[in-house]
Write a new protein. Structure first.
Length: 123
């Protein structure tokens, strides 16, 4: 999704629900998507966005040769924490998140409030 902050801070369950029910024209979508087309990305998908050559956020521009700037591939990116759909094995009360500030990965209690960046397509 181009807009990386459509829902504000949410719990993990709220993040799942927001992503799974997202449909055009919400969040500025013009793709005719329906509820069920979008989902919360898994931890590996979120990690694929990270460029450790940059900080705050740890993202590159679309060409991959400079730091991300507003509107270059994405908009409204927060240099903070985004939920993944991946639960922490053995700890059903926790899920993995990615910090876009520095690209770190960690687990958090699912009742914490973090950002949501839905993706579309197959896992």
């Amino acid at each position: 999704m181009k807009k990386a902050n459509c829902f504000g801070l949410t719990t993990w369950q709220e993040a799942l629900n927001a992503a799974n029910t997202l449909a055009a024209p919400a969040c500025g979508l013009t793709d005719k998507s329906k509820a069920g087309d979008w989902r919360l990305p898994n931890v590996n998908e979120l990690l694929s966005l990270i460029d450790y050559g940059f900080l705050n956020p740890a993202l590159s521009n679309a060409a991959g040769n400079s730091p991300w700037t507003e509107g270059d591939a994405f908009s409204d990116v927060q240099s903070t924490v985004y939920w993944s759909s991946t639960s922490v094995v053995g700890f059903s009360f926790a899920a993995w998140f990615i910090s876009l500030g520095n690209g770190s990965v960690n687990g958090a209690v699912k009742s914490d409030n973090y950002y949501v960046w839905p993706v579309r397509g197959r896992k």
